[in-house]
Ligand binder design. Structure first.
Ligand code: NAD
Length: 480
């Protein structure tokens, strides 16, 4: 049976004004199981107008404490609906069910975190001229636009909308056409939690239609974009016409750096998980492993054994790796693997494909590669699939050079027992987050997250993320 999902505008479930829809495909078997509204500029207009009314209406008049309570109640509702939401996320995005559960827990945690922070966002007073008092207030932008990708719909929705609502903005969300069912469901729960209609609107549809209309909308005061670098550029260009600030959370090519003195028993399960998690469709996927030459052969043999033991199959069966999001992504990832092989790379290991995986699903068993030329796209650019490329290095200088040798700078990990070396490397690596002897692909709600270089700018998560959803208003009083 096909379910018909609707937009949420001004607290009401509504179809696209054109009546058109987009098919929702189950990545596990390639079958259509639902439809979404294929919204256009007219629907975005309606959502922005509803958000503006809410911002100047009941939502805008709520105290920060009341806003925080609404978000805390929403967090509790997400937890109460945890099993239902995890199943929905698993089916919609093809995730192993255990990963979907983690994602829903993280989403609830974002609303808990930002609910608690809402009334702790202080401005400043500033020493100025004699006989004056000056204060800088932290005020919401107004109406914020949120364009989110398909790889972590619930998590990225939570981090983006949670911060924006806590700061007092009214939101218009354009979730990804390939996976957006949990944002829709959670937005309905937000109404049950007491969020006034219009404070949170969801407009589904294609990026080039609804997404582009939102990015270019003159009624938007801030845009939070998470997605690819190419689309990020388009969104920033569209927003620049309206002089609207943008947070860009883009891609990555994260290195896992293993020195010869690393605790391999601790490191290797994490190195494998960092690329297999979410079938490698993670901006912070650890897609490169840099290995000190003295332990290169030993580490590669151990990684090979771990890769060959991984099971790939439908998300509902809790495999190690689920399907990719769609056929296009499967062909893209396969194409990059083929291209790397043609350029001289060796496929050291491949994971297993479970017999129960339907032939019509979008499965790509994880692959471990060696000998990828450094200038090849698999060494330089996101594969956005479970492909780990191994490289050897000699010493800290070469490790830093390799780690920084891509256009990206999102996350990295250093594995060593030498504390001085760990810190030296952390300072030299150009990335928004550096983990030492651990790795948190996608995790860490309390940790500021965002990129350097082509990984984007601005920060989400943590209190820094909350501040991103505010601007400063300075009030200078002369009182003699
Ligand atoms: P994408 O850029 O294709 O799409 C992201 C969103 O933008 C979707 O909602 C899409 O509909 C919309 N969109 C597409 N074209 C648009 C346009 N012209 N104008 C406005 N909106 C448009 O990315 P994707 O394929 O959905 O996601 C994968 C990418 O996201 C990867 O590159 C990944 O690294 C990145 N990502 C980054 C982070 C992070 O926090 N840094 C997190 C997750 C994913």
């Amino acid at each position: 049976m096909t379910t018909t999902y609707l937009n949420l505008i001004d607290g009401q479930p509504v179809p696209a004004s054109t009546g058109l829809t987009v098919d929702v495909i189950d990545p596990a078997d390639g079958e259509r199981f639902a439809t979404l509204p294929r919204s256009t500029a007219a629907d975005v207009d309606a959502a922005v107008a509803a958000a503006r009314r809410a911002f100047h209406g009941p939502w805008g008049r709520m105290t920060a404490t009341e806003r925080g309570r609404v978000l805390t109640r929403l967090s509790q509702l997400i937890t109460q609906h945890h099993a239902e939401l995890a199943e929905l996320e698993s089916r919609d995005a093809g995730k192993p069910i255990q990963q979907a559960r983690v994602d829903i827990t993280a989403c609830a945690r974002y609303f808990e975190y930002y609910g608690g922070a809402a009334d702790k966002l202080h401005g400043e007073t500033i020493p100025y001229a004699a006989g004056s008092t000056v204060m800088a207030l932290r005020v919401p932008h107004g109406v914020t636009g949120h364009i989110i990708p398909w790889n972590y719909p619930a998590q990225i929705y939570g981090r983006s909308v949670g911060g924006a609502l806590a700061a007092g903005n009214a939101c218009v969300v354009k979730p990804a056409e390939d996976a957006c069912l949990t944002p829709l469901r959670i937005s309905a729960l937000a109404l049950d939690a007491g969020l006034p209609p219009g404070a949170l609107n969801i407009v589904c549809g294609l990026g080039i239609e609804a997404g582009a209309a939102l990015a270019a909308h003159p009624g938007i005061n801030h845009i939070s974009f998470t997605g690819s670098t190419v689309t990020g550029t388009a969104v920033a260009q569209a927003a620049a016409v309206n002089h609207v600030p943008v947070t860009l959370e883009l891609g990555g090519k994260a290195p896992q750096i293993l020195f010869a003195d690393a605790d391999l028993d601790a490191a290797l399960p994490v190195v494998v998980n960092a690329i297999v998690q979410n079938a490698g469709q993670t901006c912070s996927a650890g897609s490169r492993v840099l290995i000190e030459r003295g332990i290169y052969d030993q580490v590669l043999a151990k990684l090979k054994a771990r890769f060959e033991a991984l099971r790939t199959g439908p998300g509902a069966g809790a495999p190690d790796c689920g399907p990719l999001i769609n056929r296009k992504q499967l062909e893209r990832v396969q194409g990059k693997l083929d291209s790397a092989r043609a350029a001289g790379a060796e496929v050291v290991a491949r994971a297993q494909l479970l017999a129960e995986a339907p032939k019509t699903g979008f499965y790509f068993p994880p692959a471990l590669l060696a000998g990828v030329p450094l200038d090849h796209e698999v060494a330089q650019d996101e594969v956005f699939g479970p492909v780990l490329a191994a490289f050897a290095f000699d010493g800290e200088d070469e490790a830093a050079q390799l780690a920084n040798g891509t256009p990206y700078g999102l996350t990295a990990a250093v594995w060593t027992r030498d504390g001085g070396r760990a810190l030296r490397m952390a300072h030299r690596i150009e990335a928004g987050q550096v983990f030492i002897n651990n790795y948190g692909a996608g995790g860490g709600i309390e940790l500021p997250f965002g990129g350097m270089k082509h990984s984007g700018y601005g920060r989400e998560k943590a209190l820094e993320g909350l501040k991103s959803f505010t601007t400063l208003k300075t009030i200078a009083i002369s009182h003699g």
